[in-house]
Design a protein around this ligand. Structure first.
Ligand code: DON
Length: 659
């Protein structure tokens, strides 16, 4: 090659690189058009946000009758089992995060109730494979073999007994009424009951499809069997697991080729687990521990993002913000893939995963304008133990619901529960009128086979009797840190024990170590205990969503939209979504996402995918936000700031309401 030609090529290459850098830099500085915004619903004292207006009304009714946030949550949980049969349930399972505002509830300590389904004793690692070792299609998602031992009734009744203020009969009354007297179906709800999975099973076809004479919009849908079952639970809560109802469920399972026995039901127990505590821009982020994969991933994401000034990069959903957030998602999901499973069956390096030093090391590997391909991503050395061999892949899927509640004292509940796919296994326990889950599909069915959401994880999530499948559900509560008394070497007046003076988000200092209370120097992600001498900080956000593997990124984006970008809670709920989960290495966008933003990211090297029709027809895939924000400004005489509800407009029958 001649010198002139080589100089020419070098100059051309230099010009091309400069042009590319200029283009990518320009791409990332593109600002999206402002989001259209509907104002949130507000209330001064208490609020309930759910996907169904009747369930929201049930919660508000209980709050008005003197119930606390837990009473209302139990009322909502049972009501959704009636009015939202696709995901609301008594035949499934879930998580409930409870954050007291004061020592008047649960000694002021947060609680996390794990009422996730468990694999029956007859379950085995290869139960969904044929003799050739291939996955039998739908065996883990439809019908009798797909069901885990339900946990919802245990979870809700436990919550009521331990943390509620009213009686179980009182809080279940709205659900029983809705089942007995019926509720009016909207067009969307009537259409949903046409689901083919319900047609396959005689009891489901009879109850939800009137044996082919389908319900129409405006019809009143009554469920007398379910009403009787709920009344039975209200009168004898343990009967679902050890009494008459348990015997009926076990008999139904035996007659229908199911695996769940009376012994499985009798052995089911709610687990009180220690919630995780992260910190983000001076706020406490209380979230879900394993078997949720969501909380630890959320903390890792936020820890990585703590090293960036997102608003300085651009506005909410700007390419520059999306790039940095995506790279945080990618890194956290790599750890998610390698380490997570049922903590009763695995040792999970939670403390290391939540360590700020680890996140700082990760954040240094983020390139300013280009993606880091997942295939070549290398975890920072020296922080985590070697992961188990990643050869078992779980399945996660498609119908779940979340609800958020704050009572007049400022106590908060965030709960996400599920049947897994829409209408679960499709099987209704005929005489009892409730659908059974297909949560067994959240376990790995076979090594090396990608799941419905393309998630890749390790053997920690293999099927075993009595084990809980890994979940993405991430109920999360954000608050100001607790206020603790001054240490003895300071004068009492220098560190008041009462609540800090109200601060607006913009006046609140960011990333300030001094803002954190002394207790948090010792508080780790695995120890959210508030010392007896401290007062819980003011509540700020109650968050959660369905959406399978997108749950975690949805919750993270909600939090970032409010905390970093100061969107109101309704705008955060409705903002178009983006998602990255390490593998597949694709930056996914909801259909509503502006194309210029996607193009800007594509120009920097991302493989992008914008959903086509699918997400509009099945918005559950992209989740459904039911959120509450609490103003940091506390009016005189009030216990907390004004409440704002963010009810996801992707669904048309939800409601935020309060008083
Ligand atoms: O527990 C889980 O992660 C899944 N069973 C949740 C599935 C889900 O959120 C689908 N929602 N639309």
């Amino acid at each position: 090659m001649s010198i002139q030609r080589s100089v020419f090529l070098s100059a051309t290459l230099l010009l091309s690189i400069t042009a590319l850098l200029a283009q990518t830099a320009t791409s990332l500085t593109t600002q999206p058009a402002p989001l259209p915004s509907i104002p949130p619903v507000t209330a001064d004292h208490a609020m309930v946000v759910t996907i169904h207006h009747d369930a929201t009304d049930a919660g508000v009714e209980i709050l008005r009758e003197g119930g606390n946030a837990v009473d209302a949550a139990v009322a909502v949980g049972f009501a959704l089992a009636v009015v939202y049969p696709a995901a609301g349930n008594i035949g499934g399972g879930g998580f409930m995060l409870i954050r007291p505002a004061s020592k008047a509830l649960a000694h002021g300590q947060p609680h996390f109730l794990d009422y996730r389904e468990k694999a029956p004793a007859a379950a085995s690692v290869n139960m969904y494979l044929d003799v050739q070792g291939n996955v039998v299609p739908k065996l883990s998602t439809v019908g009798s073999k797909s069901t885990g031992v339900p946990g919802t009734v245990a979870g809700l009744t436990y919550a009521e007994a331990h943390y509620g203020r009213l009686t179980l009969a009182k809080v279940m009354a709205p659900a029983i009424r809705l089942a007995r007297d019926g509720y009016v179906l909207s067009p969307d709800e009537a259409a949903a009951l046409h689901a083919p999975i319900l047609t396959q099973f005689p009891s489901s076809r009879r109850i939800f499809q009137r044996d082919g004479d389908f319900y129409k919009s405006g019809d009143t849908f009554k469920q007398p069997e379910l009403a009787a079952t709920l009344a039975g639970i209200a009168a004898h809560p343990s009967s679902f697991y050890k009494g008459k109802l348990a015997a009926q469920i076990a008999a139904f399972e035996a007659a229908n080729d199911g695996l769940i026995t009376a012994q499985d039901l009798a052995a089911y127990q709610v687990k009180e687990r220690t919630p995780l505590l992260g910190h983000y821009h001076g706020l406490d982020v209380l979230t879900s521990p394993p078997p949720s994969s969501g909380g630890i991933a959320l903390i890792e994401i936020l820890n990585i993002l703590s090293g960036f000034d997102l608003p300085k990069l651009g506005s909410d959903r700007s390419p520059a913000q999306i790039h940095i957030i995506t790279e945080a998602f990618r890194r956290a999901y790599m750890d998610h893939a390698d380490y997570l499973g049922d903590p009763d069956f695995n040792t999970i390096p939670l403390t290391q995963m939540a360590s700020p030093a680890y996140a700082a090391a990760w954040s240094q590997s983020i390139l300013p304008v280009a993606p880091s391909p997942s295939a070549t991503l290398v975890r920072p050395a020296g922080f985590l133990p070697p992961p188990p061999r990643p050869d078992v892949l779980p399945h996660e899927s498609n119908q779940t619901t979340h609800f958020s509640i704050v009572d007049a004292d400022g106590n908060a509940v965030a709960s996400t529960y599920t049947l897994n796919f829409g209408f679960g296994s499709g099987i209704t326990v005929g005489p009892l009128g409730f659908l059974l889950n297909d949560e067994m599909d959240d376990f790995a069915s076979k090594q090396g086979v990608p799941n419905g959401f393309g998630l890749i994880q390790g053997p920690a999530n293999a099927i075993a009797p009595g084990k809980r499948p890994l979940s993405s559900m991430t109920p999360t509560i954000v608050s100001e840190p607790p206020t603790c008394p001054a240490p003895s070497h300071q004068t009492p007046s220098s560190q008041p024990e009462s609540s800090p003076s109200p601060q607006t988000p913009s006046s609140r200092p960011k990333r300030s170590a001094v803002e954190r209370p002394l207790y948090s120097e010792a508080a780790s992600a695995t120890n959210p205990t508030i010392p007896k001498t401290c007062t819980p900080g003011q509540l700020r956000l109650v968050l959660g969503s369905p959406g399978g593997s997108t749950i975690i990124t949805t919750v993270a984006n909600d939090l970032i939209s409010v905390v970093d970008n100061h969107l109101n809670i309704q705008a955060a709920a409705d903002a178009p979504r983006f998602h990255h989960q390490y593998l597949p290495d694709i930056l996914q966008f909801e259909k509503a996402f502006p194309v210029p933003t996607i193009d800007a990211l594509k120009a920097t090297g991302y493989i992008t995918q914008r959903e086509s029709e699918f997400d509009e027809k099945s918005p559950g895939t992209w989740g459904d936000n039911e959120l509450i924000e609490v103003s940091p400004v506390i009016p005189p005489g009030e216990k907390h700031g004004q409440l704002s509800g963010g009810q996801d407009k992707r669904h048309h029958f939800g409601k935020a309401a309060g008083y």
